[in-house]
Write a protein that binds this ligand. Structure first.
Ligand code: ATP
Ligand code: MG
Length: 261
């Protein structure tokens, strides 16, 4: 279980550009929760994920994960417990290393330099085969030459080889073509379900937010303004969500990244 209490993140504090990106936010994430997060541009979704991963340290509040207060822990210290996929498919892998070297690096938490053992190679092959993208035959290939969809699928495998306590996905399919995006989304669903992961997924696609996961959160100006459970979510349509969204965010109506699919 992850308990976030009173979390506050302010950028450029005390200057004319001061921005409260996360505003005294409270959230309890239960084990096996798969939460989709929606909200307008600038509502604080990425900042929330950054505070959870340790990429940003918050000014106020606490993050307690499985009974441990991790609020001030560095990103490095949290990395073995928290997986993170970004929008940019190039961000999660090392382009000049091979597929198997990237996997070994993730599997061994950085100490991959010793020769990759046959046992590990067989394990990697098995995991890649599950993706059904032919990556199991590309173990020696440099990751930089793979398509964005393949790289994002590989990043997903790297982040879940060892079960993380929390998986963070920040619009991780937004930069992919529709077919690749759909493939990576299906792989995400399968991985989260099969491994029984606890996951936060940011998306601008409201239909995806309704279809996936057991909870849906809407953010606005650094706060959570809607938190729906599975039953409540099932009764919702995209139109209902848009109506709720409009109620809270009149000024963000021209948000062209909010895809109404
Ligand atoms: N490093 C930073 N320095 C200053 N301001 C920042 C920084 N990162 C984010 N912000 C500001 O904090 C607010 C929240 O940004 P954030 O990136 O979390 O929004 P978001 O909900 O992820 O938006 P999007 O849908 O565009 O990805 C915005 O006003 C943004 O401009
Ligand atoms: Mg963002």
């Amino acid at each position: 279980m992850i308990q976030i209490s009173n979390l506050t993140k302010v950028f450029n504090k005390g200057t004319i550009n001061e921005k409260i990106a996360i505003d005294h936010l409270h959230l309890t994430i239960n084990d096996s929760d798969f939460i989709c997060i929606i909200g307008a541009n600038g509502s604080g979704k990425s900042t929330l994920l950054n505070c959870l991963s340790g990429a940003m340290i918050c000014e106020e509040g606490n993050i307690v994960m499985n009974g441990k207060n991790i609020t001030l822990n560095s990103q490095d210290r949290r990395a073995h417990e928290i997986g993170y996929l970004f929008q940019d498919p190039m961000a999660g892998t090392a382009p000049h290393m091979s597929v198997e070297e990237n996997l070994a690096m993730a599997f061994k938490n950085g100490s991959w330099l010793s020769r990759i053992k046959e046992k590990d190679r067989a394990f990697f092959k098995e995991k890649l085969k599950e993706l059904d993208m032919g990556l199991e035959d590309k173990l020696k290939m440099e990751v930089g030459v793979l398509s964005g969809g393949m790289r994002q699928a590989l990043t997903l495998v790297m982040n879940t080889l060892k079960k993380p306590s929390l998986l963070l996905l920040d619009e991780h399919t937004a930069a992919l073509d529709p077919q690749s995006a759909d493939k990576v989304l299906q792989l995400t669903k399968k991985t989260v379900e099969e491994k029984d992961l606890t996951c936060l997924m940011v998306t601008h696609n409201m239909q995806t937010a309704l279809d996936l996961g057991n909870r849906l959160i809407m953010m606005h100006e650094g706060r959570i303004i809607l938190d729906l459970n599975k039953e409540e979510k099932e009764k919702m349509s995209v139109e209902d969500l848009v109506r709720l969204f409009k109620k809270h965010a009149e000024k963000d109506l021209n948000n062209d990244r909010m895809l109404l699919l």
